[in-house]
Design a binder for this molecule. Structure first.
Ligand code: PLP
Length: 411
């Protein structure tokens, strides 16, 4: 297939004439995915609002979360119930608050508030822009760490953590990472747990946002980092997070965190000044609706039935348009999660996003997947196929592929 720059410009203009309004920016569940959990809205009634231990979920209290909700998340994290706190609807908020507490008060095993600074934070990239935003907001210096296809480059992580006491931590999405879809290898987990850190209070922010978000029967499995840290003699090292935002309702799910008992006691003590307790009615709804981890996994298969054809459509159209020999672009083929990460030739991502915008397809801003919004090679684009319809995805992907070819042909 040899398309000239003129052919491509013609196709581009034809797309423009269609006055499209397509959006592949954020990883939001589509309405039919949200519909799957509508049973939640009936799971608690005026007759049945009591928890198993008789707690009136409508009232104040229960800072750690309902016992049965902690039990459910303990299964999800594969940890003990005492190592879990169940909160409100957003795990991002829990991550933010955890770092704020570290900033203001310091963490167990540390030598005071991180606000005394300076603090550097390791950011595997391409990564999740909202993670980077939290640590940037706190004034920490973001240090980009390359990814390998099976987690962060551990040679780099080990070196930076060992040589500099101002390196206080790292962001990691262990499974089906946003946006690369990769999962941390067993060796990566072991090295993270065992590595020497110059800071005595180094923390791993282990955001297991996509832990049950498989797209098919082939699954990535990541060993339990909390166990590994405990075995390695670094029990305080990790805070784990997850939520049902992309399991039940993105705006009305339940979030939870897990850590060893020292970190949980520390979190609880500070939380007690922040709130009287979380939304237990919603926690009860979730426990009644899903029952247990097997219930969540069965539900996630129904999500996969909706999501997989959308991921397949992106893959098919990109292969048709760009070939699959990597000559013009490369992209990921994730086994789970919410994103496809696409790399154009260096120096083209910004232009592709601009052109796609002109043709009516909104993409995540180029650079957003890197610290400070700056992709050093200007090549990474994050595609989020969940929200648009299948037809919209196909069309949007064709527009993006045409824009890549046009940008390359013009350069
Ligand atoms: C890696 C990651 N963590 C967290 C979130 C948001 O989590 P929550 O809805 O629980 O705040 C997202 C949403 O896209 C995400 O991609």
């Amino acid at each position: 297939m040899t398309e000239t720059a003129e052919d491509l410009a013609e196709r581009f203009e034809a797309f423009q004439a269609m006055k499209l309004k397509l959006d592949m920016t954020r990883g939001k569940p589509a309405a039919d995915q949200l519909d799957l959990a509508d049973g939640l809205l009936e799971a608690v009634s005026s007759e049945e609002f009591k928890a198993l231990d008789g707690t009136d979920t409508r009232n104040y209290g229960g800072l750690e979360g309902l016992p049965e909700a902690r039990q459910l998340f303990a299964q999800l994290f594969d940890v003990h119930v005492a190592e879990v706190l169940v909160g409100g609807n957003s795990s991002l908020e829990m991550m933010h608050d955890t770092l704020m507490r570290a900033h203001v008060f310091g963490v167990p095993g540390g030598d005071g508030p991180w606000s005394r600074g300076p603090v550097k934070w390791l950011c595997p990239a391409p990564g999740y822009d909202r993670h980077f935003a939290i640590t940037q907001h706190l004034g920490y210096e973001l240090v980009t760490v390359p990814l390998t296809g099976h987690g962060p480059d551990m040679d780099v992580v080990e070196r930076l953590a060992a040589e500099d006491p101002t390196v206080k931590g790292i962001w990691i999405v262990p499974k089906y990472a946003n946006p690369t879809g990769e999962s941390v290898s067993a060796e990566g987990v072991r090295r993270l747990a065992e590595m020497r850190t110059a800071a005595s209070d180094f923390r791993i922010m282990w955001d297991d946002a996509y832990t049950v978000h498989h797209l098919g029967p082939e699954r990535d499995e990541v060993p339990n980092l909390l166990d590994a840290c405990q075995t390695a003699g670094n029990p305080n090292r990790v805070f784990m997070f997850a939520s049902t935002s992309k399991v039940s309702f993105a705006g009305a799910g339940v979030a939870a965190m897990a850590a060893n008992e020292a970190n949980i006691a520390w979190t609880r003590q500070h939380m007690a000044k922040q709130t009287i307790g979380p939304d237990k009615v919603n926690q009860l709804r979730h426990v009644r609706f899903f029952k247990d981890l097997a219930g969540i996994e069965a539900h996630m298969r129904r999500h996969a039935d909706i999501l997989k054809p959308k991921f397949d459509a992106v893959e098919r159209v990109l292969s048709e348009e760009l070939g699959d020999n990597g000559a013009i672009a490369t992209w990921t083929r994730p086994r789970g999660g919410y994103f496809i990460s696409l790399d154009t030739p260096p120096g083209h991502a910004r232009e592709v996003v601009r052109l796609a915008g002109e043709a009516g397809v909104k993409l995540t801003e180029a650079g957003a997947t890197f610290p400070y919004g700056k992709d050093p090679h200007d090549r990474n684009i994050r595609l989020a196929p969940s929200y648009p319809t299948l037809l919209e995805i196909e069309l949007a992907t064709r527009v993006v592929a045409t824009c890549i070819k046009l940008a390359v042909a013009r350069s």
